[in-house]
Design a protein around this ligand. Structure first.
Ligand code: NAP
Length: 485
């Protein structure tokens, strides 16, 4: 890995402002998914280290929450600046551990840093309320206070941005944190923690532990000092963690899985629809929670849309994300590739037709060909499950009502997309879809200014935007009586 500043490549846990080994000296390999080589050995922590990190966060809370919002904002702003100054190194670390192309990784660093900048600004606008009282001798005032120590658990698909989206919103109002990044991609989290240290964010405000997943999770969810868990990952693990948090009645925010429909109506601008599909579907080799998962295409434009999509996707170049000209990287590991191939095989076995691709690439291992299937039905696993790979399953439909019913026929409700020009249809469909985020003639929907989050089993709470701070504050109501006239 070529870095301008190799000291950003941290492999120890970050606890109370110190880089430390695991208590028993254990380590865990971090593997480059494009080459299969070990790129780092990180400290493999467990419950004891996590407990110390929680205690460090509790201690740091006392000072951090009392600082003026402007001071916290200035520190976050310094951190943001350091992220942007080190964008290239952060992107190289990200590509090496995660596999996405370098240009996508650079994009993720900017996207991730933007959350820190945004919440640095929002920190100063955490207004309360003065409410008209029921009696003349009383006053009602609501103030917002930080929740306290927050546990943050993040996935491997956006190892930088999924963490900054939580840290910006948590730190701004005065919370402190213990973070557990995915075991496959801990290096991005360590690198931004090192930049936080350099930005003079006080020791204990951010702690990072990785390693023994179950033991760390058990401590984070059972320790009463932790007041909130914010989790991004699969619905299956999210449900388990909600249950674990029940015992100590922790607040939770859950950013879970998706099964996004992408609907192309007869009146859509087809070229625009193809571009929006590609942006939504194939980014990060199809490994995003908001990826188009089922592409529903109306009869009248189905064949032309399929032809245009195949033409555009056939231009992709698969390979190691650091190489010039590569437009799509590998999947995170071989079992992810096996799973995607099995979804393709099952669909084909039930009558779907391969329009493009169709299985493992000749590069082998973690590489799956960008694939388009037609004739997909709601009985197939590709329709019902989160694919998390570069596969576009095309489903033909006839009417608007049918499209909305097909789109909502899932337990998930994170992102949905549709392309149409008729203004009445745009409103009807937008209101009919049971999803937290709707992209209309647009495939890229996530940014720091807009609320991100899902309905149904895609989770609860919102990240980013002015709403993002609500997840990290308690509303405290002060009833002030005895006011003389
Ligand atoms: P995952 O298997 O649920 O893992 C997510 C995180 O949870 C990882 O850090 C993982 O650690 C940890 N974890 C797993 N079991 C745990 C336990 N028992 N206790 C504590 N932590 C535990 O998900 P993933 O495969 O990394 O990510 C893909 C999923 O994330 C997809 O479903 C995707 O849709 C979803 N996602 C959602 C959003 C959103 O904003 N809604 C964004 C991105 C991704 P290890 O890595 O150590 O196993």
């Amino acid at each position: 890995m070529e870095l301008n500043d190799r000291t950003l490549l941290k492999t120890q846990a970050f606890i109370a402002g110190q880089w430390v080994d695991a208590d028993n000296g254990d380590s865990l390999d971090v593997i480059n998914p494009a080459t299969g080589t070990v790129i780092a050995k990180i400290a493999k922590c467990a419950g004891a280290e996590t407990r110390r990190a929680i205690e460090a966060a509790e201690k740091a809370q006392l000072d951090w929450r009392k600082r003026p919002a402007k001071e916290r904002a200035n520190l976050l702003r310094t951190w943001f600046n350091l992220m942007m100054e080190n964008q290239e190194d952060l992107a190289r670390i990200l590509t090496a551990e995660q596999g996405k192309t370098l240009s996508e990784a650079r994009g993720e660093i900017t996207y991730g840093a933007n959350f820190i900048e945004w919440f640095a600004e929002e920190a100063k606008r955490l207004y309360g309320d003065v409410i008209p009282p029921p009696a003349d001798d009383r006053r009602i005032v609501c103030v917002k206070q930080p929740v306290g120590v927050v546990a943050c658990i993040t996935p491997w698909n956006f190892p930088n941005a999924m963490l900054t989206r939580k840290l910006g919103a948590a730190l701004a109002p005065g919370c402190t944190t213990v973070c557990k990044p995915a075991s496959a991609t801990p290096l991005s989290a360590f690198a931004i923690a090192e930049l936080a240290r350099r930005a003079a964010i006080p020791a204990g405000v951010i702690n990072i532990v990785a390693g023994h997943t179950g033991a760390i999770g058990e401590e984070l969810t059972s320790n009463p000092i932790v007041r909130k868990l914010t989790f991004t990952g699969s619905t299956k693990v999210g449900k388990k963690l909600i249950a674990q948090c029940a015992e100590t009645v922790k607040r939770t925010s859950m950013e879970l899985g998706g099964n996004a429909p992408f609907i192309v109506f007869d009146d859509a601008d087809l070229k625009g629809a193809v571009q929006a599909t590609i942006n939504s579907k194939y980014r990060n080799a199809g490994q995003t929670c908001v990826c188009a998962n089922r592409i529903l295409v109306q009869d009248g434009v189905h064949d032309e849309y399929a032809r245009l999509l195949a033409e555009a996707v056939s231009e992709f170049r698969l390979g190691n994300g650091v190489e010039e000209g590569v437009t799509m990287g590998p999947l995170i590991d071989e079992s992810a590739a096996d799973n995607v191939c099995s979804l393709i095989d099952e669909a084909v076995g039930r009558g779907a037709r391969v329009v493009l691709g169709g299985g493992r690439s000749e590069l082998g291992g973690t590489f799956v060909e960008p694939t388009i299937l037609s004739g997909v039905t709601d009985k197939m696993r590709v329709f019902r499950e989160e694919i998390f790979g570069p596969v576009s399953p095309l489903v033909r439909f006839h009417t608007e009502e049918e499209a909305i019913a097909l789109a909502n026929d899932t337990e998930f409700g994170l992102a949905a997309y549709f392309c149409a020009r008729d203004i009445g249809r745009v409103w009807r469909v937008a209101e009919g879809l049971e999803y937290g985020i709707i992209g209309i003639n647009e495939g890229v929907i996530s940014n720091e200014m807009a609320p991100f989050g899902g309905m149904k089993q895609s989770g609860n709470g919102r990240e980013g935007s002015k709403y993002g701070l609500d997840e990290y504050v308690e509303i405290k109501y002060l009833c002030i009586g005895g006011i003389d006239r």
